[in-house]
Design a protein around this ligand. Structure first.
Ligand code: ZN
Length: 690
């Protein structure tokens, strides 16, 4: 059954972007010429940050708009010892342990080539087969940029020629599949039907569907494979990755050539990840206008056009289908300068972050946005799909580069510490799918080879990406947005900054400057709103005025080799009440969300590790009644006290009912029951705050 697009929706898009929809056909020759030019652009230049990009290695186009600031390349920021590097190390171990033949197996099966190993389990043995290889390529490329670990280079170099062989075999068999490179089961007959304009979306969800002609979100998987090849090209410089990617682009280009506008929009109802993003990245790599057009042909009108009119249609929509499409128009704004795209992306970001996000940075219930104000009754085992926060952080990187807003930096920190860092099991390195908010329940983690969920795929990348969002730069200004142990090489300035800290485990930060000669620059330090009283700072041992929390502290001077900046953050306890339902509240220390921990009753192994079903432990009973709080209007520092012996551990004092509560950072909770939103008990007639 065909769902929307609806002529009305097309008309909505065409009001704003009519000239973007119709394109001249892309020719094979143009692509090859562009590829050669792209290779020339890569050679001899340093690595590139694609978000936001510069005219650097691997890309031909600089941003078409004035950016407030830019990110650094992954290779420019190295993590130093601390909790984030620990998480990255666990991810590196996982990446190094993969059997590449298992990743290749679904590709070879579709291509009719011999297989050397069975596919991985879980979703890799189902309709989403081969999505994991795409994530693997992205994660390995990013991790390699940080670590130069030769094991990852060997694995990527093993995968690429075999993926190319699959691509070639697909094209030999059928010209309709020239350039096709994916391992989606039964995809060829289903895509032949699509190319003939025959589309069946199975169960309709209105604006979106998971299916097309019996396939499970095939464009989603294709996006992951293409994004992986893009990252290998950009961060490892492997020309074969670029060649496979460009041939896949050619394969994708036949869809808008052979389908009319209504058919093309219909196809995009099926989950497509961020096809409009990766195709925009291809445009940035080749500079070929046909690729710009192609990227825009993958913009789905029904979801994106309302955002450009600042119309909120998010209630009930699948979040992780929506965000990547918005990232796509964010990227297209940077490359085309179209204000409509910026308007849509900004409206979406502000709507989700300001009105739909839980205290720890995640959002949604059972993968969907729910009505604003409904959060109090959406605290479930299926709260906050981890992929969604992965994607919101990507979107935030674009958003921050446009406006350098403190609000964006605050959200990034909140989500990174409380959700992403906490989505990895410290014992096994495995990942969460949902982030349970059901009081008294627990986090469910995946199994190494038998889950392969979407959130495992994005999780592979999450823990390789911790250098993202720490530093930004523009001209002589360097933003320090996150207090996160790392070393930055600001190559244009010849300046190196080593940021030593164990934050969020310690509040002390020491930044040491190294430079061959004095460098005049402004260090723009984030003074977080939660650091009350104001953070303290010393430059070369002398105290400096840090100004007000919630602003940036600018220090402009000639920086000299050996300069030392010391910062002491303040993280007293505080509470945040749930918007629209203030009798539910969360307890924090600085940016750290604290969870009340409730033991591990009825959690015998293999709990909390699931295999193929992300809901495997949903029905496990929660025998411990979640405690409540009776605070009687007292300020939080009177009823939340630090543990005398254990750092980061707090206790309620005279406020927990039926007993006081041990509080630990939510990101550290694993294999234990917890509660994040506490109900406040109120005396009869006592007014609610706010
Ligand atoms: Zn997911």
């Amino acid at each position: 059954m065909r769902t929307q697009p609806a002529a009305a929706a097309l008309a909505l898009l065409s009001e704003n972007c009519e000239d973007r929809i119709v394109s001249p056909p892309t020719t094979r020759r143009r692509v090859l010429l562009s590829a050669a030019a792209g290779l020339a652009a890569w050679a001899g230049k340093r690595a590139v940050a694609i978000v936001p990009q510069g005219k650097q290695r691997g890309v031909r186009l600089d941003a078409a708009v004035q950016l407030s600031c830019r990110e650094f390349d992954f290779a420019d920021v190295t993590l130093l010892p601390g909790p984030f590097r620990d998480a990255m190390s666990r991810d590196l171990d996982y990446l190094a342990s993969f059997d590449c033949d298992r990743l290749l197996s679904p590709f070879q099966q579709v291509a009719g080539l011999p297989r050397r190993a069975p596919s991985l389990g879980g979703w890799e043995s189902q309709g989403l087969a081969s999505h994991y290889c795409g994530h693997y390529l992205s994660a390995a490329a990013i991790m390699h940029a940080h670590t130069h670990d030769p094991r990852l280079a060997r694995k990527v170099d093993y995968l690429l020629p075999r993926l190319a062989a699959c691509q070639e075999a697909n094209g030999r068999e059928d010209p309709d599949f020239r350039g096709y490179c994916a391992g989606i089961p039964e995809s060829k007959p289903a895509f032949r039907q699509v190319l003939a304009g025959q589309m069946d979306f199975g169960q309709s969800h209105g604006l979106y569907s998971f299916h097309i002609n019996g396939l499970w979100s095939p464009w989603y998987t294709i996006h992951k494979v293409m994004a992986g090849l893009r990252d290998v090209w950009l961060h490892m410089g492997r020309a074969q990755a670029r060649d496979i990617l460009l041939a896949m682009t050619e394969w994708a280009a036949q869809f808008p050539r052979r389908l009319d506008l209504a058919q093309m929009q219909a196809m995009l109802v099926s989950e497509q990840g961020g096809m409009n993003e990766v195709l925009a990245d291809v445009y940035s790599m080749t500079g070929d206008e046909a690729h710009r057009t192609l990227a825009e042909q993958f913009n789905q009108a029904a979801q994106l056009a309302p955002l450009m009119r600042r119309q909120d249609i998010l209630d009930g929509v699948h979040s992780n289908q929506y965000i990547p499409r918005v990232i796509g128009i964010a990227r297209q704004y940077e490359l085309t300068g179209s204000d409509d795209y910026r308007t849509g992306a900004e409206f979406f970001w502000q709507n989700v972050v300001r009105q739909r996000t839980f205290v720890f940075g995640g959002h949604g219930n059972r993968e969907n946005f729910f009505p604003i104000g409904d959060a109090w009754q959406q605290l479930s085992v299926g709260s906050a799909e981890t992929c969604c926060t992965y994607n919101m952080l990507k979107l935030t990187s674009h958003y921050f580069s446009w406006n350098a807003s403190m609000e964006a930096a605050d959200f990034f920190e909140r989500a990174l510490i409380n959700h992403i860092l906490g989505s990895q099991d410290p014992a096994t390195g495995m990942m969460t799918y949902y982030y349970s908010m059901q009081p008294g329940h627990f986090k469910t983690f995946s199994s190494k080879w038998d889950s392969c969920w979407c959130c495992d795929g994005t999780g592979l990348e999450n823990h390789a990406r911790y250098s993202r969002g720490v530093y930004y730069h523009e001209r002589d200004t360097l933003w320090v947005n996150l207090y996160l142990a790392s070393q930055l090489q600001w190559r244009e300035k010849g300046l190196t900054i080593r940021q030593h800290t164990r934050f969020p485990e310690s509040n002390s930060v020491r930044m040491q400057i190294a430079c061959a000669r004095p460098v005049r620059a402004t260090l723009r330090l984030r003074h977080p709103h939660w650091s009350t009283p104001a953070m303290l700072a010393k430059l070369n041992g002398r105290p400096i005025d840090t100004g007000k929390p919630g602003t940036y502290l600018d220090i402009t001077r000639h920086w000299r080799d050996g300069d030392v900046l010391e910062i002491e953050l303040r993280t007293p306890p505080r509470i945040e009440r749930m918007a629209h339902h203030p009798s539910k509240l969360a307890i924090l220390s600085g940016p750290i969300v604290l969870a009340g921990v409730l033991g591990d009753a009825l959690m015998a192994p293999p709990i909390p590790y699931a295999t193929v079903d992300q809901y495997q432990w949903e029905k496990v009973p929660d025998p411990v009644r979640a405690p409540t709080l009776a605070i009687g209007g007292r300020p939080v520092e009177e009823w939340v006290k630090p543990d005398a012996a254990e750092p980061l551990v707090w206790h309620t004092q005279g406020a927990g009912r039926p007993a006081d509560i041990r509080l630990v950072p939510l990101y550290r909770v694993a294999r234990e029951r917890y509660v994040v939103y506490f109900d406040e008990e109120r005396a009869a007639g006592q007014a609610l705050p706010g």
